[in-house]
Write a protein that binds this ligand. Structure first.
Ligand code: IPM
Ligand code: MN
Length: 376
């Protein structure tokens, strides 16, 4: 089996290093022969080859079982035209591999509930399911035409159908509720989306479906996040909603993602691309203070969906929680505005746990140590 690793830009390489370390450890323990291949994407690829992703890399991606990606983008490349920016590399690989289903789990770690900006963050546990290869991201025509600029919002019937099926299938394995997000009071594309999602729902009588306008959704996510299970979104709305969802659990640094191109609930292996939701965070790049949790959790999803290693997937999660219980934290998990007060609160809750602020690498090492204990 082969994993293509695309560290990318900013903190991408730092967090990906830790994920590879953890995977490497697991593969050795399990005596699995899995090959890692490293390639450039985003700004790193622009600097070396002049393009955000080379065709050669797309070919390698197609021929690998899974792709692990860090992040793309940064101020250095901000003035480039849209189609030559680092982000274009990411969009191209998603499209070329046909990865239309993007799963972004949003789950509060009880150990970290104190970093949530909400008064009550207990039990937040939902999944943002974002359509990933259509909508205004890819619609044609697009461009700047003299005195005006234009993008095209478009959804084809089959694109909505397949992501809707995916949403209902995921919901069947969870709390059996789908919230579909649109702007059907204004946009034709959205009312079309709503109609097709409702049609697909007929095949899933056990799942409750509700439609919510995207503006209202941003409001409910803050007011009552515990109510959601599977939040089904078109590409653009899903991009926005998933960042907000990361905010309510306190940090995008805790949010993993998997991008898949087919439904797979039979337990077999499917190709996928795995990346943290947080982006390249250029302001903290190179300091070894980035939080690797989102990438480690993405790695757990990689084990589950692309390698068929379900047990190892949950071991990674357990190891992360153990490390948190031991008091290890990257800086973003302690330096909040009300740090003093909230840490006290947390200490009160967790007995005498002493908080130890560690580097990206030290956190990764601690996860490997904890895995060692869990595996023998
Ligand atoms: C994300 C990112 C990307 C997106 C960018 C980097 C192209 O924001 O994965 O959420 O808009 O999809
Ligand atoms: Mn985004």
């Amino acid at each position: 089996m082969k994993i293509l690793v695309l560290p990318g830009d900013g903190i991408g390489p730092e967090v990906v290093d830790e994920a590879v370390k953890v995977l490497d450890f697991l593969f050795q323990k399990r005596r699995m022969k899995i090959e890692f291949e490293f390639e450039l994407i985003g700004g790193a690829s622009i600097d070396k080859y002049g393009v955000p992703i080379r065709d050669e890399v797309l070919e390698k991606a197609k021929n690998s079982d899974a792709i692990l990606l860090g992040a793309v983008g940064g101020p250095k490349w901000d003035s480039l035209p849209i189609d030559r920016r680092p982000e274009a590399g990411l969009l191209k690989i998603r499209k070329a591999l046909g990865l239309w289903a993007n799963i972004r789990p949003i789950k509060i770690f009880p150990e970290l509930s104190y970093i949530s900006p909400l008064k009550n963050s207990d039990g937040i546990d939902f999944v943002v399911l974002r359509e990933l290869t259509s909508d205004v991201y890819f619609g044609q025509p697009r461009g700047v035409f003299g005195d005006h600029a234009l993008n095209t919002m478009i959804y084809r019937k089959e694109e909505v159908e397949r992501i809707a099926h995916f949403a209902f299938e995921v919901a069947l394995k969870r709390k059996k509720s789908v919230t579909s997000v649109d702007k059907a009071n204004v946009l034709e594309v959205s009312s079309f989306w709503r109609k097709i999602v409702s049609e697909v729902a007929q095949k899933y009588p056990d799942v409750k479906l509700e439609h919510v306008y995207v503006d209202a959704m941003t409001y409910y996510i803050i007011l009552n996040p515990q109510k959601f299970d599977v939040v089904l979104c078109p590409n653009l709305f899903g991009d926005i909603i998933s960042d907000e969802a990361g905010g309510i659990i306190g940090s995008l640094g805790l949010c993993p993602s998997a991008s898949l191109g087919s439904l797979n609930f039979g337990g077999g292996r499917i190709q996928g691309l795995y990346e943290p939701v947080h982006g390249s965070a250029p302001d903290i790049a190179g300091k070894s203070i980035a939080n690797p949790i989102a990438t480690l959790l993405s790695t757990s999803m990689l084990c589950e969906y692309s390698l068929g290693m379900k047990e190892e997937a949950s071991l990674i999660e357990t190891a992360i929680r153990d490390v948190l219980s031991e008091g290890f934290r990257t800086q973003d998990l302690v330096e909040k505005k009300s740090q003093g007060e909230k840490n006290k609160l947390q200490k009160g809750k967790r007995g005498k746990t002493k908080i130890k602020v560690v580097s990206t690498k030290e956190f990764g090492d601690a996860v490997v140590r904890s895995l060692k204990k869990l595996i023998i």
